[in-house]
Design a protein around this ligand. Structure first.
Ligand SMILES: [Zn+2]
Length: 245
C-alpha cells in the first residue's frame, strides 16, 4: 500500500524536474528572443533618430492643411479638372534633359503650410536654370549655414526674378557663392542662374521654387504650370519630372 502511495510521489518529482527543465529551456529561449529583439531595436533606433526629419517629412507630405482658396484651385489644376488654362507655362528650374523629384508640393504641412511652393530634391551644386525671362531684383549668396530650425531662415541664399506681368519667381537654399547672376541682370528662360545647396531653413539639400503675383496690396504665392517631357503639368509631390523644351 505504501508502495502504491510512494510511486505517484516519485513520478510527481520526476514530472516536476522535467517541468523545471522545460521552464528553464523556455525561459532561456524567451530571453534569447527578447535579447535578439532588443539588439534589432538598438540598430533601428539610431537610424530613426538620424532620419527623423525625413520620416516626419514623408508622414506629413500628403497633409495639406491650408485654408487658402487657391489650394483647391491648384488641386483641380493638378488633376486636370480645370481644362481652360491660359496661365504662363514655365520651364523646369534645372538643366534640360535632367530629372528631379518634387519632394514637397503646394501647401504641404511640413514647411509649405501657407505656401504655393515646390521643393525639388537636388544634390548640392546642381545647376539651377531660370524658369522664365525676367530681371534679377534680389540676390543673397554669402551664407554658408543651413538646418532644420527657424533660426537658420536668415541664412538662405537666394535669387528673385521679376517678370513682365508683375509676378516674381524665387529660387531658395543655393550654395555659398551659388548665384551666377547679379541684381539688374536680364535673364532668359532656361539660362543657368545658380547652383543649388542647403542654406537656410532646410533639413536636406533641395531647391525651393516659388512664384508670386502682385495684387490685393501684397504678394501672393501662385501655382505654376511647367513644360515637362510629358506635356504641360502642375507638379505633384513625390513625382519625378524631366525637363524638356
Ligand atoms: Zn520649400
Amino acid at each position: 500500500m505504501t508502495h502504491g502511495t510512494e510511486e505517484p510521489q516519485i513520478n510527481h518529482v520526476i514530472t516536476s524536474c522535467q517541468d523545471i527543465s522545460e521552464q528553464v529551456t523556455r525561459n532561456s529561449t524567451n530571453f534569447h528572443f527578447v535579447f535578439l529583439r532588443l539588439q534589432a531595436l538598438m540598430k533601428v533606433v539610431p537610424v530613426l533618430i538620424k532620419n527623423f526629419h525625413f520620416i516626419s517629412f514623408i508622414l506629413l507630405i500628403g497633409c495639406s492643411v491650408s485654408k487658402d482658396p487657391l489650394r483647391r484651385e491648384i488641386k483641380l489644376l493638378q488633376k486636370g479638372k480645370i481644362k481652360e488654362d491660359t496661365s504662363y507655362v514655365y520651364w523646369l528650374p534645372y538643366k534640360e534633359g535632367t530629372t528631379h523629384r518634387v519632394v514637397q508640393g503646394y501647401y504641404s504641412s511640413y514647411s509649405h503650410k501657407n505656401r504655393a511652393a515646390l521643393d525639388f530634391k537636388m544634390r548640392p551644386g546642381t545647376p539651377v536654370h531660370a524658369a522664365r525671362d525676367g530681371i534679377v531684383i534680389r540676390v543673397v549668396e554669402e551664407n554658408n549655414k543651413g538646418g532644420w530650425n527657424k533660426k537658420f531662415r536668415q541664412f538662405a541664399n537666394l535669387i528673385v526674378i521679376q517678370h513682365g506681368d508683375n509676378s516674381r519667381t524665387g529660387y531658395w537654399h543655393l550654395q555659398k557663392n551659388g548665384a551666377l547672376v547679379n541684381v539688374g541682370d536680364t535673364v532668359k528662360k532656361g539660362q543657368l542662374i545658380g547652383l543649388s545647396g542647403k542654406t537656410g531653413y532646410t533639413a536636406f539639400p533641395h531647391l525651393h521654387f516659388i512664384a508670386w503675383k502682385s495684387g490685393g496690396g501684397g504678394w501672393r504665392p501662385i501655382g505654376t504650370r511647367f513644360l515637362t517631357n510629358k506635356g504641360t503639368k502642375y507638379l505633384r509631390p513625390l513625382r519625378r519630372y524631366k525637363s524638356e523644351h
